[in-house]
Design a protein around this ligand. Structure first.
Ligand SMILES: Cc1cc2nc3c(=O)[nH]c(=O)nc-3n(C[C@H](O)[C@H](O)[C@H](O)COP(=O)(O)OP(=O)(O)OC[C@H]3O[C@@H](n4cnc5c(N)ncnc54)[C@H](O)[C@@H]3O)c2cc1C
Ligand code: FES
Length: 265
């Protein structure tokens, strides 16, 4: 992890993605080149009475324009306050934080599994893999949510030319049922002939299922965890998880990305 710093930046673009989802772009953010898929920033809720920063994964960067994008869903008080920021607002960002995803070799077929608002860092990962020369047709993006409304930015994801597999609990889009059910079927059909690598980000029950699938079928990969994160810089120990080999790790420093099978979920 590189040494994080606090930077004042400006909200230059706010897009309402509907159904409680927002895309915010901040600029200039001087450390965009140090943001990697899985990196996150800690956003100060300037001019509100909310003291603790909120962790947000980096969804994309534009290194030429020094832009940093986050995508969030209004969940509680913190994200509701954030959603009320308007373009031109000054925002303090602590970052870049965390250890991100490691990219696979070009011979691998990455299987990205996103649940709800877990999709931004995986979208960033897919884009970087393409920028690094991977054939988009070898990237498999599974995206699950309660209903069609929860699967935002679909056109943007599909535009990358990757293989896209939506799944919804109510069957309003794609496979009906849990996204991990579709992923399991895919692994069964493909893991004998292709070298797969799993990447997961989403709610904990989904990550647990991805972790179990990886171990069951012998497919290596990584998952990105979300823990309550008071300080974000390794001091408070508010984010620790237990490791299978014994001991603990701080999600904010040793994570948020961990190897499949590494963490007790
Ligand atoms: C690495 C990481 C990346 C994330 N990326 C995204 C993302 O890309 N998009 C997204 O929508 N969400 C993301 N989250 C979750 C986000 O940070 C919020 O925690 C979540 O959206 C809860 O929303 P809220 O702050 O509105 O909830 P609130 O209701 O305001 O807070 C939930 C509860 O947690 C407590 N709490 C809030 N923050 C902290 C804290 N820092 N430490 C201790 N307790 C706290 C509050 O006091 C409250 O009781 C990420 C979290 C992590 C750890
Ligand atoms: S959030 Fe404080 S140690 Fe991780």
């Amino acid at each position: 992890m590189t040494k994080p710093s606090c930077e004042d930046t400006t909200l230059v673009r706010a897009r309402d993605l509907h159904h409680g989802y927002f895309s915010f772009t901040f600029a200039p953010y001087p450390r965009v080149a140090e943001c990697h898929p899985g990196s996150f920033v800690h956003v100060q809720l300037t001019s509100t009475d909310i003291y603790l920063r909120r962790a947000m994964s980096v969804a994309s960067v534009n290194t030429r324009r020094h832009e940093l994008e986050i995508i969030f869903k209004v969940f509680g008080r913190g994200t509701a306050a954030l959603s009320r920021f308007t373009t031109g607002s000054k925002v303090n960002i602590l970052g870049p934080l965390g250890v991100g995803f490691s990219k696979p070799r070009s011979t691998y077929h990455p299987v990205l599994v996103a649940g709800g608002v877990g999709f931004p860092p995986l979208m960033f990962l897919a884009q970087q893999m393409i920028d690094d020369g991977m054939d988009p047709k070898n990237i498999h993006f599974f995206y699950g949510g309660r209903s069609e409304r929860d699967l935002v930015e679909r056109a943007r994801i599909k535009k990358m030319g990757i293989r896209f597999y939506p799944a919804t609990d109510d069957g309003s889009l794609g496979d009906k049922g849990l996204v991990t059910k579709s992923v399991e079927k895919f692994i069964k059909d493909h893991h004998a002939k292709e070298r797969l690598r799993l990447y997961g980000c989403g709610p904990e029950p989904m990550l647990k299922a991805v972790d179990e699938l990886g171990m069951q079928y012998g497919v290596a990969g990584q998952i990105s965890l979300e823990s309550p994160m008071p300080c974000g810089i390794g001091i408070c120990l508010g984010c620790v998880v237990k490791l299978r080999v014994g001991g603990h790790a701080r999600v904010c420093c040793e994570g948020p990305v961990f190897e499949i099978g590494e963490v007790v979920l």
